[in-house]
Structures are given as structure tokens and as C-alpha cells.
Design a protein around this ligand. Structure first.
Ligand SMILES: [Zn+2]
Length: 385
């Protein structure tokens, strides 16, 4: 069966990337789940009609459901570890700029409720909805029935109930985009606002995509492709911010059909993406080939880190002495795609290290600072940007 565009249902695509085997989990996983890491094809293409970059060999629902059922570590928790705060605060700045007075707000996929707490402190009437275990633990910080521990659907709340509905880091995981937006519309008042926060495909494009495409993200939005989807669903863009790495949108629920102009599609230059990735891969290989580098550390147990270990042979892998991460909740867990246990950064103090490769694009400065604090010489730190 040929793939239909997740946004506009068209069937013509421009292929960008085709990986035969990619692990369905990335980052870290508890030891007891590590045998669940299976390898599947990962194909990324761009719809020629609406420009949306997306996966075009979707995994079966059963496989996807298991990914989400597994007690996993895909999302950093600012409440638990302080990680991920910076991105939420950037989003909150964008939200504040819209000057919305006291409102009734729902956050779908509110996770550890960090943003909801900020909004509650600003006198908004806040509600949250998320099936995650981290959400259960936060329920006590809100009055009764404010936080629901379920997957959001139209019937979860009364019709036209909210002034604002927020969903961050969610839309890129949704398979049926149009029916999801319909369900959001159901709970939203006429002329109510939605706030969306998704990874910005234009930033992925600049970097080249190595470690930035994976099975959990079905869509990779640009401002243009997301605008097209929203207009088709009766949302009018009020404001947006094309950030690095994320794109924020504020759109208004219009109670009428909006005219969607045919957009000029700029096809993604797959050679440029692949050349940028190849350059990074060559850089990694040259570090591992160098005879002077026999004690290598990968820092940041991320999707990029998982991608790197899947590129290496056994001889190269044997040079990796530690995999480490500043997020203390990753310590003791296993890096997906490997047998490595992630170590606390303190373990690196006074160890013989030839090179530390930073497995992150967006937190490089913070990581370098933290490594220098641990006494690691700057000339041993390598970045991939
Ligand atoms: Zn399309």
C-alpha cells in the first residue's frame, strides 16, 4: 500500500533518506526493557503537494504502541532533573508575548506539569491531560480533577470548554494529524487559541539530519507546512517563532472554512542533507581510526549517540570507555543500540581520556562548560556541529 501524506493525503513524494535498519528506541532504556530494542527501516520523504517532511514507511501500530508503553526515557523532565528547562522557558516567553489575560487553559501531553505550574502561578485556570507516570506524580500539586491521566480525545472534555489549548512536542508523534486537530477544535472555544511547539525542520536541514530522524517522529514541520495543515483545519496563524531547535505557533480557531493558497514547495536538497551527515560520519570515523585515541567518551545519551554507536564496528566500539550524560536520571540505564551503561559525569574525573565526543547539537555550550568544570581539557572535547 502506498503511503498517503499525513497532512494532505497526496501520494507523491520526494525521498530524502532511507535507512535500512534503525533502532526503534534511542537514548537510554532500563536494563529490563533492552531486549525490546529491535531494528526497523526508517524512510523520510517530502510530500510534493504540501511540502511536509514525514516518515513514509510507517511502523505497525502494534510496534509503535509498544514503544510508548515502555517506561522509557525520551523526554527530559525539568521537574525531576532540571533538564529541558531552557526550551520550555523559551516557549513560555513566546506565550507571554501574546498578552493573554487570565484564561482557561488545557495542556495536552502535559508530562511533568512544569509549564502548567508556571501558568497556574500566573493565575490562569489550568488543566492537563497525559497518560504518563510522571503526570500521576504531579496530580497532587493541582486541585482535584485538574489533571487527567489519559490520552487526549474529543470526549475527554466538554465541547468548547477551553480558551487555550497547548500541545508541545506532540504533533510530530501524531499519525492522523487532521483528526487530532478536529478533536482539539472540539474542546476549544470559537476564536480560542492553540499553541504548538514542534521541532523545526529548517534547523534539522541546516545540521544535516544525522541523529535527528527517528521512528517516534512521524512529521518534521517547517512553518510553511504546518501553516498549510492548520489553515486546512480552520486555524488562522496569529504569531510564530522559528527557533532553534523548535518552532512555536499561536493560531486562532476560526469557525469557518479558510482559503488555503497553493504553496510553492521548496524541495529539500537531499544531497546537501546527506553530504552534511557524511562529513559528520567521516569526522567520527577519523577520531576512531586515530591510533592516539584509544579511550573515547561519548557525552550525551541522545538519539545522536544511538546513531553513532550503530555506525561503528566492534573494534571501534571497543575504544568507547564511557558513555555519560548530565541528566542524572540516565545514569545506570543502557544506551539503546548498545550494551553500554550510562555513567554519571563524575566518573570521568581523573580518568585517562583521549577524546570526548559531544552527542548533541543544541546543548553544546552547556555540555562543554560542565566538562571543563570536571577538569577535562578543552582540546579533548570534540563537537559535531
Ligand atoms: Zn502533503
Amino acid at each position: 500500500m502506498s503511503h498517503k501524506c499525513l497532512s494532505c493525503s497526496d501520494k507523491k513524494f520526494h525521498d530524502i533518506l532511507n535507512v535500512k535498519k534503525f533502532p526503534i528506541y534511542w537514548g537510554v532504556l532500563d536494563k529490563k526493557f533492552i531486549n525490546r530494542v529491535k531494528y526497523h527501516p526508517l524512510k523520510i520523504s517530502q510530500c510534493i503537494s504540501c511540502g511536509l517532511v514525514q516518515q513514509t514507511k510507517l511502523l505497525k501500530k502494534k510496534v509503535m504502541d509498544q514503544i510508548y508503553e515502555t517506561e522509557n526515557y525520551l523526554c527530559p523532565s525539568p521537574v525531576k532533573s532540571g533538564m529541558g528547562k531552557r526550551e520550555i522557558l523559551k516557549f513560555y516567553d513566546f506565550f507571554k508575548k501574546q498578552n493573554l489575560s487570565r484564561k482557561k487553559i488545557l495542556e495536552i501531553a502535559c508530562y511533568d506539569c512544569y509549564l502548567l505550574k508556571i501558568l497556574q502561578n500566573q493565575e490562569h485556570d489550568v488543566y492537563g491531560c497525559d497518560p504518563s507516570l510522571d503526570t500521576v506524580q504531579q496530580k497532587k500539586n493541582f486541585s482535584k480533577n485538574k489533571i487527567k491521566n489519559v490520552f487526549y480525545k474529543s470526549g475527554s472534555y466538554p465541547k468548547k470548554n477551553f480558551d487555550i489549548i497547548i500541545f508541545r512536542n506532540l504533533l510530530e508523534h501524531v499519525e492522523d494529524l487532521n483528526s487530532f486537530l478536529k478533536s482539539v477544535k472540539y474542546s476549544l472555544k470559537d476564536n480560542g487559541s492553540i499553541f504548538i511547539d514542534v521541532p523545526n525542520m529548517n534547523e534539522i536541514y541546516k545540521i544535516g539530519g544525522l541523529g535527528l530522524f527517528f521512528h517516534q517522529h512521524l512529521s518534521y514541520f517547517t512553518y510553511k507546512s504546518l501553516k498549510h495543515l492548520l489553515i486546512n483545519n480552520g486555524f488562522e496563524i496569529k504569531d510564530y517563532h522559528e527557533g532553534k531547535p523548535n518552532l512555536f505557533i499561536h493560531a486562532i480557531n476560526k469557525n469557518k472554512v479558510l482559503e488555503n493558497k497553493k504553496i510553492n514547495i521548496k524541495l529539500v536538497n537531499r544531497d546537501l542533507i546527506s553530504n552534511k551527515s557524511t562529513n559528520k560520519i567521516n569526522k567520527i570515523y577519523s577520531i576512531f581510526k586515530n591510533k592516539n585515541n584509544s579511550n573515547i567518551v561519548l557525552f550525551g545519551a541522545s538519539a545522536l549517540c544511538t546513531t553513532i554507536v550503530t555506525l561503528l564496528n566492534n573494534k571501534q566500539l571497543s575504544k568507547i570507555k564511557y558513555i555519560s550524560d548530565n541528566d542524572k536520571f540516565k545514569s545506570g540505564k543502557i544506551l539503546c543500540g548498545s550494551n553500554y551503561v550510562v555513567q554519571n559525569p563524575k566518573k570521568l574525573i581523573n580518568k585517562k581520556i583521549d577524546k570526548i565526543i559531544i552527542c548533541s547539537y543544541f546543548f553544546v555550550e552547556e555540555i562543554i562548560k560542565s566538562l571543563i568544570k570536571l577538569g577535562i581539557p578543552k582540546n579533548k572535547i570534540v563537537t559535531l556541529d
